[in-house]
Ligand binder design. Structure first.
Ligand code: NAP
Length: 654
């Protein structure tokens, strides 16, 4: 934080003491405590409070009110002292002090190895530690270098911002008319994030104004678009063009990218030195092959292609699927439809989070915006809450005696805790409980956040169907046991073609070999999820085995990937290379270690079917790594892992 910013903030904070005190009443205690320590360097009160903090979430502490009042008083005094004295902003605490503060703040031991990652993530100091800078002046060679980015969603936005910062010429190709990607396309009722928002945001574009702890789609979309606009991305984005294919040209070491304009269907070929895909894993809806689905007479649509022209009020609605999209859609439409039948093939696990439905108190928003360092410490708390804490418990204990239903003791305890919660939500309805509790271990499929799903199932106008669907007719869904559900509309909450990555683009590398030749429909592999041998100068974000399932935020992963890609591009530009290509042995070794790590994780459990893996039980989509592992793996691009060819030619010359 620059000195003047700090002083302005401190002055703003103390201008109206009554307002400051009222705001602190609504802010979280642990981040306030951290700010106090940072401002004063005094740890005595922190040590007194620490035993009352039992976890990173704000609902995991039992700090007595009188103690909270002392923290607030001390913070007010510290802010007033800074305002009156005009003293410089305190330095970032040293690593040992940070570790103690962090550990006290979350009531858990924060390892010293996390400190550098957390400093980046929190941005306690003004420097942007994730920005990539040139090691030598790239000079005129940059003029001839061009990057094409496919997609202006969550990943494309950060990719564009970083390329712009580096001065690398680039264009983003976006099939839609606006930025936002998945948050633009998904408009189903109840669409929201289920990662806490003060962490689910770019580290370089903090937002203190989230109105909810887990915001709804419109607010997230507005944030993404605002971030893109503030950073001057729109002139770099070509909207309404869909990339249909990309071919590597061996002679020139460039990519030829074919696009189709949505306005007139016309086609063009663009050329670039490096191609970055930012198309996500969850973009192409999966439409199940159910006999007769096309013959249904009423409206039938996928959650990601929500048809807002259809009024579901008073209709008999079928919803197929019980994943994250269904979890948000079902409870949102149940109160208004005449009847909702939920078709569950296999149940999901779902955790309760007391903040999931809460708005952020106005005083807390004011405090996050006004009090120096508070939003950084808030981010830390939520990062830690969503970080690697569970990772060890998601690994198989080979000696565990109930391997079908859980992995180890901690995982079994979690199972019991969730079962107790669900039983309560279902008012002890044991028949329903038996239907909704998975037979596989918790976290086997994506862990959901309960959006009042179980209460929805208890509604008189909601029914849970757990049989197998046989066919769809013009007005009904028929089950294999002969049951017939007459419905007016069908919602397909059936997920995405995640394993068929980069589809439907045809991407051809050296010798005309395509990504589909290599990966088939469901077996994608890449080095670090980003680089593929035979596909020089191609970088994939959110590629194979980079989805997060134990915690974290996909934005964190995107920032790790984008930094690494920017370092790779820097290597190309500074070295004047025509091509940069990951070595086959490096790719293969990485995948061997990755597969071994995946096999130990809960997502590979034989009792689980999910979009995380293919039907040979290989995890293709999800990462086995802790956030810290992947951060380390991607922090420093290693040129020795790549082969290069010299003498780059300008993309524009071909
Ligand atoms: P999903 O998790 O893949 O769920 C698809 C559902 O459809 C499953 O319940 C699946 O059953 C069912 N299904 C598929 N084919 C079927 C068939 N032929 N017959 C009956 N049922 C069938 O998809 P999603 O809910 O769209 O979520 C995908 C991912 O998107 C999430 O895991 C998450 O990463 C992301 N997402 C996130 C949020 C958020 O809150 N941030 C919200 C929505 C989505 P089986 O389980 O038996 O296969």
């Amino acid at each position: 934080m620059m000195g003047t910013d700090f002083h302005r903030q401190v002055q703003d904070a103390v201008r109206d003491e009554a307002q400051l005190r009222a705001a602190l009443e609504q802010a979280d205690i642990a981040p306030m405590l951290m700010v106090l320590v940072q401002l004063t360097g005094e740890t005595a009160l922190m040590e007194e409070v620490a035993p009352h903090i039992q976890g990173p979430w704000n609902f995991m502490n039992s700090v007595p009110e009188a103690m909270k009042a002392r923290v607030r008083d001390a913070l007010v005094a510290a802010l007033k002292d800074y305002a009156a004295s005009g003293r410089a902003a305190p330095a970032t605490p040293d690593p040992a002090m940070l570790q103690r503060m962090m550990s006290a703040g979350v009531g858990q031991q924060v390892g010293a190895d996390y400190i550098p990652l957390l400093l980046e993530e929190m941005r306690l100091a003004p420097e942007d530690l994730r920005a990539v800078s040139w090691r030598r002046d790239p000079g005129p060679s940059l003029r001839d270098f061009k990057v094409l980015v496919i997609g202006a969603g969550v990943a494309g936005i950060v990719m564009g911002i970083r390329l712009k910062e580096m001065g690398i010429p680039f264009q983003i190709l976006e099939k839609n008319a606006e930025t936002g990607g998945t948050w633009l396309e998904n408009t189903y009722p109840g669409c929201a994030v289920d990662t806490p928002n003060h962490f689910f945001s770019y580290s370089f574009a903090k937002n203190e104004r989230w109105t909810r702890h887990f915001s709804k789609r419109d607010e997230i979309l507005a944030y993404l678009q605002d971030t893109a606009n503030r950073n001057g991305l729109p002139p770099h984005i070509r909207f309404g063009v869909e990339v249909t294919s990309a071919r590597f040209d061996e002679g020139s070491g460039t990519w030829r990218v074919a696009i189709r304009r949505s306005a007139d269907g016309g086609e063009e070929v663009l050329t670039c030195n490096a191609l970055v895909t930012c198309v996500g894993q969850l973009n192409r809806p999966f439409i199940p092959r159910i006999e007769g689905l096309d013959d249904f007479a009423g409206p039938a649509f996928h959650t990601a292609r929500w048809d807002s022209s259809v009024d579901l009020k008073g209709k008999r609605v079928a919803m197929i699927g019980t994943g994250a999209s269904a979890m948000q859609t079902g409870p949102s439409i149940a109160p208004e439809v005449a009847h909702l039948t939920v078709f569950q093939r296999t149940p999901h696990w779902s955790l309760n989070n007391p903040n999931y439905h809460k708005e952020v108190a106005p005083g807390m928003i004011w405090a996050l915006e006004t009090i120096p360092f508070l939003s950084q410490w808030q981010r830390f708390q939520l990062f830690w809450a969503s970080s690697d804490g569970f990772h060890a418990t998601l690994q198989v204990d080979p000696g565990w005696n109930q391997p079908d239903v859980s992995l180890n003791e901690a995982n079994h305890k979690m199972r019991e805790m969730i079962v107790d919660y669900v039983r309560q939500e279902l008012d002890g309805d044991e028949d329903l409980l038996a239907k909704v509790i998975p037979s596989y271990p918790p976290y086997g499929k994506r862990m959901l956040r309960d959006n009042y799903w179980y209460r929805m199932l208890k509604r008189p106008n909601v029914a849970l169907e757990t049989g197998r669907i046989a066919r769809v007719t013009a007005d009904a869904i028929e089950m294999q046991d002969g049951t017939r559900h007459e419905v007016d509309a069908i919602i397909l909450a059936t997920g995405f073609m995640a394993s068929k990555m980069l589809w439907p683009m045809e991407i051809a590398g050296r010798d005309g070999v395509t990504i589909r030749d290599l990966w088939g429909d469901d077996d994608p592999r890449a080095y670090l999820g980003m680089a593929v041998p035979g596909f020089p100068n191609l970088f994939v974000t959110y590629g194979p085995n980079t989805n997060l399932a134990h915690g974290g935020s996909i934005i964190f992963h995107h920032e790790c990937q984008v930094r690494w890609i920017c370092q790779a591009l820097r290597e190309m530009v500074e070295g004047g290379y025509a091509t940069l290509e990951v070595r086959q042995d490096v790719h293969d070794d990485y995948n061997r270690v990755l597969d071994a790590a995946c096999e130990k994780m809960v997502w590979s459990h034989p009792g689980v079917t999910s979009w995380y893996k293919n039907d040979r039980n290989r995890l293709t989509v999800t990462s086995p790594w802790k956030l810290l592992d992947y951060w380390r793996l991607t922090k420093d691009f290693q040129p020795a892992e790549f082969t290069t060819t010299p003498a780059r030619q300008p993309a524009s010359a071909k």
